[in-house]
Write a protein that binds this ligand. Structure first.
Ligand SMILES: [Zn+2]
Length: 276
């Protein structure tokens, strides 16, 4: 490890006890902390090994891929409600964007205030995909009930604004997670409508949406319980710790959302609501 760092010419890394207090949020990650850095030095840290490198790339690489591939993958000419495609695209990008900025600049010389701002940004990214990401699902489920559909979209946006407020002001990880639970409950009531056959949507999309939420929940639990590093502190400092595992599961969750929404958008353009 020491040889690798010297080779890639990074700064001397710190251990947990010597890292800034606001970066001591995982006591099972013992080494590999970057020192307090300028913006340029934070950017430079993309190119040497430290304990945030895996977190940066597990969302940075998917971010670049989504940016290029998603617009090509959405069949714009075939979908009848274009704004749903746009909202969906923005939803898919936002959590990775917030996350990359948070992990890349968390050791900025601005200290704790900068760290807290970045953490808020990271939370906002998650809030954006929870909120914007669900709008196509709500829209499709209530496709044939335009008034109820508008009301449900409005209620969900209001509920989400409150969830964002809670998530941003939350002081603990558990509280932060709880603020997303209400949104999840609202989404689930829509899955239920589809399952019993009242709600619209492609027959194949519900499976994708359930996979999406399952992956997100498993990722959240792994992140909070600090598995696996709690069992072998120090062994997972650089790779395969709970936060990186969560990042990978989140990417899987976003892909599931994407596949489900694609199915739904195509379903909308070919479906005709029964008229009376
Ligand atoms: Zn993260």
């Amino acid at each position: 490890m020491v040889v690798a760092m010297a080779f890639l010419n990074g700064p001397r890394l710190l251990d947990w006890a010597n890292s800034p207090p606001h970066l001591q949020f995982n006591r099972y990650v013992l080494t590999g902390y970057r020192p307090i850095s300028s913006v340029q030095d934070c950017v430079r840290s993309l190119f040497y090994l430290h304990n945030e490198l895996g977190n940066i790339y597990t969302h940075g690489i998917p971010l670049l891929c989504f940016l290029v591939v998603l617009p090509l993958n959405i069949p714009w000419s075939q979908i009848s409600v274009t704004w749903l495609g746009v909202v969906h695209f923005l939803a898919c990008l936002s959590p990775q964007l917030g996350s990359v900025l948070y992990h890349l600049f968390m050791n900025h010389e601005g200290g704790e205030p900068v760290y807290k701002t970045l953490l808020t940004l990271d939370m906002c990214g998650i809030c954006m995909i929870n909120t914007l990401g669900a709008l196509p699902i709500l829209y499709t489920t209530l496709l044939c009930y335009p008034f109820t559909r508008s009301a449900a979209l409005l209620v969900y946006i209001l509920l989400s604004s409150y969830a964002i407020y809670c998530a941003v002001t939350a002081r603990s990880r558990v509280r932060r997670l709880r603020s997303f639970a209400w949104q999840a409950l609202f989404r689930f009531s829509f899955f239920l409508l589809r399952w019993v056959g009242v709600g619209g949507g492609s027959p194949t999309s519900l499976r994708h949406f359930l996979t999406m939420d399952a992956l997100a929940v498993v990722g959240g639990v792994i992140n909070i319980t600090r598995v696996p590093e709690r069992f072998r502190p120090g062994l997972f400092d650089y790779w395969c710790n709970s936060h990186q595992i969560m990042h990978v599961l989140v990417v899987g969750s976003i892909l599931s959302l994407h596949w489900g929404v694609l199915d739904d958008l195509l379903w909308i353009s070919s479906y005709h609501c029964p008229t009376d």
